[in-house]
Write a protein that binds this ligand. Structure first.
Ligand SMILES: CCCCCCC/C=C/C(=O)SCCNC(=O)CCNC(=O)[C@H](O)C(C)(C)COP(=O)(O)OP(=O)(O)OC[C@H]1O[C@@H](n2cnc3c(N)ncnc32)[C@H](O)[C@@H]1OP(=O)(O)O
Ligand SMILES: Cc1cc2nc3c(=O)[nH]c(=O)nc-3n(C[C@H](O)[C@H](O)[C@H](O)COP(=O)(O)OP(=O)(O)OC[C@H]3O[C@@H](n4cnc5c(N)ncnc54)[C@H](O)[C@@H]3O)c2cc1C
Length: 593
């Protein structure tokens, strides 16, 4: 914090970059404070509350987190059980954990780090429940950091990753906070206990939408780092003979290695552009919302949910492919890849479990499909739903951007239509609405993935057609964009071909194209990962270091293993030697081994 002040880092972007550089492997224990707690105070507090609390948060005089999930509920926010009951006598809210399942469980940095929390609780006033709202709660003494009376707080124990974050549990026992500690930008409780409801109850969910948008960028960062490590290592690693009797080949010259890594390299670029596009859409719509215009809130919610789920799923699968493409050394922490995976794979769960998020987007697509069928106007990103599904592909040898975007639009429109028709058929069979929905959610998930895939392909193509880029760079980026799109078709051919959209010749063109693009990209592969400009300090990888001195680095890394601090480990004296002595004294074993 002090160092950032000394360096004059004012913008949140610069501060985030500094924090990542300062904590390259483990997540910062203040990530939630800066990334969720302070922004939520800014966006969900009244102007007066923001003026009071945001400076304290930004100067770390108050350190906080976001405490919503409970032992019994994470996904279903309306089912949260923590209560906040207004006491007009004392002008206070009484926070309580009425059941075991209501104990807050998972909130990051709650265990040992923070002294405040934004707590999501069911608001009760004048005997009526008004749903979940956010409350600023002091949880530790500001003088000595001891836990405030009326609270039980602790760490939840070891996890798959996130080792830098002390995820904790927190139990309230009739814990009182001032009335003015409810974030009241959108909903209010007056001194007499009257409840003023918000324009839209989901405004309280705004912090989660914001983080989902951030997570799309995290998916790019983590996948691209793993790709840098794997591609650089594949240029250095020589193994086996490509030409009989010749020198051992760079593993990057094996077509299979290229097919593993180059589409992930293309995906990294596609996700960077998608994350930037998502952030621009978020900035525009969230500023509309702050001015009271909630018209595009459903579209923002649907896009943030879908891209967060799609990009984290793809990134995690891709990081695993990068690890495995590095052979045994990829499995070592020396590669840096296991930590990358362990710290991002949680993103498929936190900030909205991915399946649940996809279903939120699916619900939005279902409603848009019906509006489209009625001839109503649709938001630009959804207009493809009215695509004429009788049209066949015009794709030729060149695999033009236009034919690729048309293919993705057709696939998504067809799959959304299939899911919606199943939902409608279920209803016609007499199913209740919720059953008709539930019994069509598997095809809806597939359709929503196609919807997200289309967004990313179209976004990549749009940027290449709009941005002024020098011809050489434009050519390489066009190769990556084409590879991302063609690879996506080849890997999901059934979904593109189910209605005969492509003919057999076009399928052959696509299969040839994806292999040809691997050869096109091979000469620039290392330059394309170097272009991300990740310093070695950030990658923390013996395999992905810029100078390629992999074996020297691995040897030095191994020598630093704590097990090498002594030649003979205490386990020899404690277990191995006694065991061997016992056996050597045994009658039924020959002394001569
Ligand atoms: C820098 C930070 C690093 C991050 C580190 C990790 C930190 C992790 C933190 C956390 O995990 S915090 C906890 C996160 N928890 C969640 O995300 C919970 C996920 N669940 C939900 O968001 C909601 O329960 C739900 C799934 C959206 C369902 O909400 P609800 O049951 O209230 O609504 P529905 O009945 O499904 O829908 C009604 C209606 O509301 C619309 N809607 C729902 N949410 C939003 C929203 N956020 N914005 C706008 N609109 C929303 C929904 O689309 C429906 O609309 P209609 O279809 O009726 O038009
Ligand atoms: C690393 C990490 C950090 C976290 N940090 C925080 C934090 O700082 N603050 C905080 O408040 N929380 C935090 N969480 C908690 C996180 O937000 C929840 O775990 C997440 O929202 C998922 O909810 P859940 O655990 O209840 O999963 P569940 O919803 O119980 O998921 C179990 C299964 O049920 C399925 N399911 C649930 N509902 C539906 C449905 N409607 N339709 C179909 N399938 C469904 C899911 O798809 C999933 O397969 C964190 C979690 C992790 C892993």
């Amino acid at each position: 914090m002090d160092r950032m002040e000394e360096l004059g880092f004012r913008s949140e972007t610069d501060r985030q970059i500094f924090r990542e550089a300062a904590a390259p492997v483990e997540l910062s224990p203040f990530g939630l404070h800066s990334g969720m707690f302070v922004p939520t105070l800014e966006r969900q507090g009244t102007p007066e509350q923001s003026r009071k609390w945001v400076p304290l948060g930004k100067s770390f005089k108050m350190i906080g987190t976001y405490a919503q999930t409970e032992l019994g509920h994470g996904t279903f926010i309306r089912g949260l059980e923590t209560t906040a009951t207004f006491d007009p006598e004392t002008q206070e809210f009484i926070l309580d954990s009425p059941t075991l399942s209501s104990i807050k469980y998972w909130p990051g940095n709650v265990a040992k780090t923070v002294n405040h929390c934004l707590v999501m609780a069911q608001l009760y006033t004048q005997g009526k429940c008004h749903g979940t709202h956010l409350f600023l709660v002091q949880v530790r003494n500001m003088e000595d950091h001891t836990i405030m009376p009326g609270l039980e707080i602790g760490d939840i124990g070891p996890k798959l990753g996130f080792d830098g974050v002390d995820n904790g549990f927190m139990r309230f026992n009739k814990y009182r906070i001032p009335r003015m500690n409810m974030l009241m930008r959108y909903a209010k409780v007056l001194e007499n206990g009257d409840y003023i409801k918000p324009k839209n109850a989901k405004l309280t969910y705004g912090a989660m939408v914001m983080i989902r948008v951030f997570i799309v960028m995290d998916a790019f960062k983590t996948l691209s780092r793993a790709a840098v490590i794997a591609v650089r290592y594949s240029a250095v690693r020589r193994q086996s003979e490509l030409r009989p009797g010749g020198e051992e080949a760079q593993v990057m010259d094996y077509q299979t290695q290229q097919y593993k890594l180059f589409p992930l390299l293309a995906t990294s670029y596609a996700f960077l552009l998608a994350a930037e596009g998502m952030s621009q859409i978020y900035a525009k719509i969230s500023s509309d919302i702050e001015r009271g215009n909630l018209e595009d809130m459903p579209q923002l919610h649907a896009l943030a949910c879908g891209l967060k789920a799609f990009c984290t799923w793809v990134a995690c699968e891709g990081i695993e492919v990068c690890r495995m493409s590095c052979g045994g050394h990829g499995y070592s922490h020396a590669s840096g890849i296991p930590k990358i995976y362990a710290n991002i794979v949680g993103a498929c769960t936190y900030e909205g479990e991915n399946t649940v998020m996809m279903l939120q987007t699916a619900r939005y697509l279902s409603k848009c499909y019906i509006r489209g069928q009625r001839g109503e106007s649709l938001p630009e990103l959804i207009q493809y739903l009215t695509t004429d599904l009788n049209v066949k592909s015009t794709l030729g040898e060149d695999c033009s951007f236009e034919s690729l975007v048309a293919a993705y639009s057709h696939r998504a429109a067809r799959m959304v239509a299939v899911a919606c028709k199943l939902q409608q058929t279920n209803k016609k069979k007499g199913m209740a609405g919720h059953d008709a929905w539930n019994k069509s959610t598997v095809p809806f998930i597939a359709a929503t993935k196609a919807h997200c895939h289309l967004f990313i392909v179209r976004n990549f193509v749009t940027i290449l057609s709009q941005k002024k880029i020098d011809p050489a760079t434009h050519n390489v980026l066009s190769q990556l964009c084409t590879l991302y799109a063609v690879y996506g078709i080849v890997e999901n051919m059934g979904e593109f071909m189910q209605d005969g959209y492509f003919n057999q010749d076009q399928v052959s063109i696509l299969n040839r194209k994806v292999l040809a693009l691997l050869e096109d990209i091979r000469p620039n592969a290392v330059a394309l990962v170097d272009a991300f400009d990740y310093p070695d300090h950030l990658l923390q990888s013996c395999l992905g270091r810029y100078d390629g001195q992999v074996y020297e680095a691995l040897y030095e890394y191994s020598k630093s293993s704590p097990l090498n601090n002594t030649d003979i480990h205490s386990s020899y004296y404690n277990y191995i030697r006694p065991m061997m002595q016992k056996r050597s004294e045994s009658k039924n074993i020959s002394a001569k081994l």
